[in-house]
Design a protein around this ligand. Sequence first.
Ligand code: AVI
Length: 320
Amino acid sequence: MPKKRVALYDAHPGSTDLRREVLAGLAASPRVIAPKFFYDEPGSALFNRICELPEYYQTRTEMDILQRALPELAGLVGAESLLIELGSGASRKVRLLLERLRPGGYVGVDISKEFLLASTAELARDYPWLEVHAACVDFSAGLDIPHCDLSMHKMVFYPGSSIGNFCPDEAVHLMGDVGRLVGAGGHLLIGVDLKKPVGILHAAYNDAQGVTADFNLNLLHRIRRELDTDLDPETFEHYAFYNPTAGRIEMHLLSRIAQVIWVEGEAFRFGAGDGIHTENSYKYSVDEFAALAAHAGFRQQAVWQDADALFSVQLLQYRP
Ligand code: AVI
């Protein structure tokens, strides 16, 4: 049997420039390196391990919520929509949607072409009835996807509470782009991590096996692997805490010692305890997220949560 083809749209998003951003981030005050650099191959493998950790409630909770929400969701969205997944993956979550909603088409959107082609090819193989598209796009910089059929109802799926890794202004901007893509009446199905007792959050980002610490420290190993540097990752430690004023988990890498580090011929001085800010993970109440979504022209149509109100899956409709 001939292999089913996946239609590819490649916007050539360009490789993210580690050297330029690391040098600029280390020269900034406070020091910062963007979380997108976590996800090289070892970093992605560590993130997959995080998703299986007992303390990291998010992945399994979202899966359970989705499973329970499916009948109602199917009634609200209907069949024959175009399903567009941001940060496309061969995840079990989108498979649940495909099997229950039977959309008219699927578009996987991801910045990593290799990963995108592999995951969409798997979906095309497993769901022969489905028209599968792949869009290689950096969606944080705009959502221009020409092969989205204009006449079809569209639903964007953005699971995993990855929206929490954007600051609120950027999140509104991204959701505005999603709104323009789906058009009036179109939908965004989004996973949103909720505010909760701080002990649960602290454990989720400071797990007993130290996988999250390894995930954070992998950034320094990556810099060591890919740039010209004398940086010793062992001289840094993982530090994650909940900032209640900002409503977010912050991850940092703190120097254990006073030291000067050379990166690509430039020197950076660290005192003991000085840090690099590597990630924010915003947590919202259901009402706070409704207000944020409203700024982007979306209205909450349905909100599903687990019994402990740890996580939510929200169906938003674009009503600009
Ligand atoms: C991908 N993102 C939603 C995760 C989060 O929880 O913010 C990344 C992560 N960072 C530490 N653990 C997991």
